[in-house]
Write a protein that binds this ligand. Structure first.
Ligand code: MN3
Length: 257
């Protein structure tokens, strides 16, 4: 069932990719399109869980706008979701509407995004990244200790020495990222966990990202000022510290497996 769906996704995307590859000057050998696979492009990873398709739409939040208080305030969530995320969705649809490959899965477009209109990169990334971000968070009004499961802690220990080391490295990279962007925990195609940052709305599935930083996103933090400025102003470090209290570790663990 899963294989059929994958084949379907690849087939539908090929129509669009034929155009892209031809435009990029690639030679299409006979039947080569039938053999197109993730392995064709080195170190590329795809998120086949991302189900939205053209025309894209704003997903509902899995909680109320005030659910993340006091760590992320209601107004920030409402503006972030209904204005910022909605704008990425609208602009992505606009950028794709006249493209022959508009029905190709967004995560397939990421693999060739360097050859596409910049608006697809920015707004496609914006839609994908925020759709993930909302699900990576959860309510914790009582400010309970929020740790991953023992199983996930063991995985993080293996890759980072300890959970504390992981938290420290992730927080530091998120803090030091200059300007707007995202900090991610990713699993690369060798199953190694890494912490990487991407500028603007880029993400680790995109071919514009350095090969060593590519991977499947497990966790991400939005460090654009629009994600925290109303409550934290310039205090990004405080926003990052509070982010740890509202991470939906179950969601992260599900993505790992
Ligand atoms: Mn944002």
């Amino acid at each position: 069932m899963k294989t059929n769906r994958r084949q379907f996704l690849f087939t539908t995307s090929l129509i669009g990719f034929g155009w892209i590859l031809n435009k990029a000057g690639f030679l299409f050998g006979h039947q080569s399109s039938l053999h197109y696979s993730e392995e064709t492009i080195s170190n590329s990873v795809m998120d086949s869980n991302f189900g939205d398709q053209f025309p894209y739409s704003l997903p509902k939040l899995p909680y109320a706008y005030d659910a993340l208080e006091p760590f992320i305030d209601k107004q920030t969530m409402e503006i972030h979701h209904t204005k910022h995320h909605q704008a990425y969705v609208n602009n992505l649809n606009k950028a794709l509407e006249n493209q022959s490959f508009k029905n190709a899965p967004l995560v397939e477009l990421f693999k060739k995004v360097s050859t596409l209109d910049k608006a697809i990169r920015n707004n496609g990334g914006g839609h994908y990244n925020h759709t993930l971000f909302w699900q990576m968070l959860k309510s914790n009004k009582e400010n309970k200790e929020n740790l991953p499961s023992q199983k996930l802690i063991e995985v993080l220990n293996k890759h980072f020495g300890s959970f504390e080391n992981f938290k420290k490295e992730f927080s530091e990279k998120a803090l030091k990222l200059f300007g707007s962007g995202w900090c991610w925990l990713v699993k690369d195609n060798k199953n190694t966990l890494k912490i990487v940052t991407t500028p603007n709305q880029d993400n680790p599935l995109m071919d514009v990202v350095d090969e060593k930083d590519r991977g499947f996103p497990l966790l991400g933090i939005d460090v654009w000022e629009h994600a925290y400025y109303l409550k934290y102003q310039n205090r990004r470090a405080e926003y990052i510290e509070n982010f740890w209290k509202i991470i939906n570790w179950e969601f992260v663990e599900n993505r790992l497996s």
